[in-house]
Write a protein that binds this ligand. Structure first.
Ligand code: NAD
Ligand code: 89Y
Length: 347
């Protein structure tokens, strides 16, 4: 049977969208047939670069005129609710970039709109799809280290993210909402749901508006304790952006995801193996972003497979609400002298 070619449209042709478009072009069985952006110059540039000639300044026009199997929304959070609700009204499945929403109410409204319309909704929460994070998940599943009881997921950098994404310097919220959201999602992916959490957050860089350092202490429902720490104010001897480092202690051994995507699996009193889980460098990718770029390809492939299997994507709207709750509660705890907060599972 020939594979059906799914027809998608991309809304939001900004900084990050090029990665989506390259990844769609690499994948089989999918074609991006139209582009949409309110900014005429960005729309034209993307159209020329990717050879996609149908272009729309308005998402409403796009959805009214094109017969689509899905839309891929790559705009910033402020527009997510209106665009997802619009796609749902047109009965079109949607992918929505992170952060899914600026408020929990918006997230719930989007989930309900898609549920009512009977269309799938996936949040583009791609960090868990990085090759190294998948390797850690696999090592846990293979049970090398016994029951994990402690974990740390860490992202510390001084990379200049503001030149590519200037809005990150001017919004009230920064690292938790932008990057911490990924690191928290990785903690959920590896350690399960969270029962209690406390957090601190601060700003070091005087040139930006929001917090650029945050630390969370979480107790998971499994009993595991985790620390999630992230910083864009950390001048490491070697800049490792955008690598996430991981430490997990289990009853029978330890896992350490160190620099350069090297995963060390140590079994107490026994073997130590080092697994190289570096991402591939696709021909359209550039270091050091190739890690993130490969995860874009992986999550988009997952979306296509879920459409084929009529299966809910791992990071569906409902799933991602749990990550969003943790971000919200981290801001709340940090604003109240690191109070410990009970987390109600959001779904
Ligand atoms: P950007 O501002 O460069 O691009 C967004 C584009 O969307 C702009 O061109 C804007 O004109 C367009 N747009 C906004 N509202 C619109 C609307 N209603 N209709 C049509 N076009 C509209 O932003 P960016 O840096 O590309 O980031 C986009 C999203 O991707 C953000 O939410 C960001 O957090 C996320 N992001 C994700 C990753 C990741 O690894 N998952 C990495 C970087 C950025
Ligand atoms: O926007 C962020 C993301 O999602 O990944 C890295 C980033 O581009 C800057 O923090």
């Amino acid at each position: 049977n020939p594979v059906k070619t799914r027809k998608g449209a991309l809304i939001g042709c900004g900084f990050f969208s090029k990665n989506h478009l390259h990844a769609w072009q690499q994948l089989e069985g999918v074609e991006i047939v139209a582009l949409c952006d309110a900014n005429a110059q960005r729309l034209q540039e993307a159209s020329t670069e990717f050879g996609i000639t149908k272009v729309y300044a308005s998402a409403e026009d796009l959805l009214a005129r094109e017969a689509l199997d899905f839309v891929d929304i790559a705009t910033t959070a402020a527009s997510h609710r209106s665009l997802v609700e619009m796609a749902a009204r047109h009965g079109v499945p949607c992918i929505c970039q992170k952060p899914f929403a600026n408020t929990l109410d918006d997230a719930v409204a989007m989930i309900q709109a898609c549920r009512k319309a009977g269309v799938p909704l996936m949040v583009h929460e791609n960090f868990r799809w990085q090759s190294s994070i998948q390797a850690v998940r696999k090592a846990l599943d293979e049970d090398h280290i016994g029951q994990p009881f402690w974990g740390r997921v860490s992202f510390r950098s001084a990379y200049d993210v503001f030149s590519g994404q200037p809005y990150l310097a001017t919004e009230d919220r920064f690292i938790l909402q932008d990057l911490g959201i990924h690191i928290i999602d990785i903690a959920r992916f590896l350690f399960g749901e969270v029962a209690t959490m406390s957090a601190s957050a601060t700003r070091i860089n005087p040139k930006i508006r929001g917090e650029d350092v945050a630390t969370l202490l979480m107790k998971h429902t499994s009993g595991l304790t985790s620390v999630v720490d992230c910083s864009y104010a950390t001048a490491n001897t070697r800049e490792l952006f955008p690598q996430t480092l991981i430490e997990i202690d289990g009853a029978l051994g330890t896992l350490r995801l160190g620099a350069d995507y090297q995963l060390t699996i140590h079994v107490k009193g026994g073997a130590t193996q080092v697994v190289d889980c570096a991402p591939p460098l696709h021909d359209w990718a550039q270091r050091p972003w190739h890690n993130i770029q490969d995860s874009v390809l992986n999550i988009q492939a997952h979306w296509l497979q879920c459409l084929t299997d009529a299966r809910e994507p791992q990071t569906s709207g409902v799933d991602n609400l749990n990550t969003l709750v943790l971000v919200e509660k981290a801001y709340e705890s940090a604003a109240h002298q690191q109070t410990t907060i009970d987390i109600q599972k959001a779904t």
